[in-house]
Design a protein around this ligand. Structure first.
Ligand code: ZN
Length: 292
């Protein structure tokens, strides 16, 4: 199945059309997009998908898409999970995962602008994101996929200045500014792809290819991550795991090259789709200005 958040409502995507889940089920299923991350709802969604004629529903429009998981309880992000990224950063290959948090309010839609205020060291990171579909603790690695409800693209936008500010590195804040967590454009169940452990992913900036890899290059695969993380923390429905970024980030270019006003980041994961988020200077991050 493929899910989308269309103007804040949970939808099934069938043949490029958006089936409003609450409307199609006459209110039996929730309109909240968070419901698609809950594996308990998947049998009902499968029955609905089988019964629907997509021709009766409107085409999916990019402009209406929000983040498929708009209010994750927690977001755990992997610091180093591709050899190429560890090598370009001059860091040893880790023997155990390193993680940080992204605060849930950083989540934004797949085509939303990313405001950076006056920041001059903002960077992109394409990542496969997995959504937890069932509460779990102490997961046996081989069972990992049984607890995952969805896969989507993520861009772990990062302020490298704050991330590496001495004397203590501050990863979590530097990756959590408002709109520093675009996800989407849709979310798929793992059975939508031939092998969820081997997906191509890439990032382009203004059309220029910057990152390209496959998730089969992970240092720690999804089985390992789920087993390792759930040893320490309970994973809950709607939590997200950003699984790490491959080599090619702007911070490791020679000379380091950061995102500028008006540039467009295109983040793509095989089988899921492509997000396009534009960098907008002058407002947002660090300016104290905003909608609050
Ligand atoms: Zn990352």
């Amino acid at each position: 199945m493929r899910f989308a958040n269309v103007s804040g409502r949970a939808c099934l995507v069938l043949d490029g059309r958006a089936v409003d889940i609450a409307e199609a089920s006459s209110g039996a299923l929730s309109s909240d997009p968070m419901m698609t991350a809950d594996l308990a709802n998947h049998p009902g969604l499968q029955a609905l998908a089988a019964a629907m004629d997509p021709a009766d529903w409107p085409e999916l429009r990019q402009a209406d898409l929000g983040p498929p998981v708009p209010r994750p309880g927690k977001i755990i992000a992997m610091a180093l999970n591709y050899r190429g990224h560890a090598e370009e950063a001059g860091l040893a290959i880790p023997s155990e995962p390193h993680v940080m948090a992204k605060f849930p309010t950083c989540i934004c839609g797949p085509y939303d602008d990313v405001p950076i205020g006056a920041l001059d060291m903002v960077d992109y990171e394409v990542e496969l994101v997995v959504a937890i579909g069932r509460r779990c603790k102490g997961v046996a690695g081989k069972e990992a996929w049984q607890y995952i409800s969805g896969l989507t693209c993520g861009n772990d936008v990062s302020d490298r200045n704050e991330q590496f500010r001495p004397p203590v590195r501050q990863f979590s804040l530097a990756k959590s500014y408002d709109a520093f967590g675009p996800i989407g454009p849709t979310m798929i169940t793992p059975d939508e792809v031939a092998d969820p452990n081997d997906l191509a992913l890439s990032c382009r900036v203004d059309g220029e290819l910057r990152q390209q890899a496959r998730t089969s290059d992970f240092i720690f695969d999804v089985h390992y991550l789920m087993a390792w993380l759930s040893r320490y923390v309970t994973l809950e429905v709607g939590d997200l795991i950003f699984t790490g970024t491959p080599g090619g980030v702007g911070d490791s270019m020679d000379p380091p090259t950061y995102l500028r006003d008006g540039q467009v980041m295109e983040v793509q994961v095989e089988g899921i789709g492509t997000m396009r988020n534009r960098i907008v200077a002058g407002s947002g991050a660090g300016t104290g200005a905003g909608e609050g």
